[in-house]
Design a protein around this ligand. Sequence first.
Ligand code: IPE
Ligand code: IPE
Ligand code: MG
Length: 260
Amino acid sequence: MNLSSLPDDLAPQCLPQHIAVIMDGNGRWANHRGLPRIAGHRQGAKVLKDLLRCCKDWGIGALTAYAFSTENWQRPAAEVDFLMVLFEKMLRKELKKMHAEGVRIRFVGDLSGLSPALQQEMSRAMTETAHNQTIDFNVAINYGSRSEIVQACQQVAQKVSRGEMTADAISEETITQHLYTAGCDPDLLIRTSGEQRLSNFLLWQLAYTEMYFTDAFWPDFDRSELHRALLTYQGRDRRFGQATDRVAVGHRIVKPALTA
Ligand code: IPE
Ligand code: IPE
Ligand code: MG
């Protein structure tokens, strides 16, 4: 099947507007080939690049990718160093093209914990692409959902103590707006490599997200794998807590308005 445009069996009006991916299995992919783990990371980066292009071609508005967790610092220093250099190199190499294709890049996570050189590349990429509108590409680096929620609480508490808002005025929206991701909840979460856990990713944002788990390792996650994930998504009924007879059977992609 030619997958350069949206496959015929996918309904454009029922696509997830925002896909999040936990890109897992790089190391095992490499092990299975008798290669060092870093070969898996290198291939994984290529796959991410192609997936972003595919999302853009198929009309998906946002892609959020988990690239490095706050817990990943516990890996051997050589692997961590390799990943940091890979992020920097990829950014340097791909920025121009992504910008030309209308990609708006954002990095989410505790960026202050990264090297100054990487921080500089990231802030250049964010500034240069800030007004692009074709697709939002969010990369979670040094990201941990619990610490994201803690820092949001701290910021809100500071506002209360400065008298800028009252404690009673704190709403779900307030917390959402203080997260790194500020108000873009994914419709679909994909995790590769057979693991079925969140590993501290977007705990708040995934409240009503559809989850899709596949045994494929991330470096094998190509357009036909995404196609399969989207077919599964289109077979789901998203009810957002409403009674089954209140929603149409079939695809449901937007949060329905609450009626009396
Ligand atoms: C995901 O692949 C990439 C990162 C976490 C950076 P892994 O490196 O976790 O691969 P496995 O899970 O060991 O196979
Ligand atoms: C999650 O994968 C983090 C990223 C994909 C960046 P891990 O491989 O670190 O997760 P665990 O350790 O299997 O939970
Ligand atoms: Mg892993």
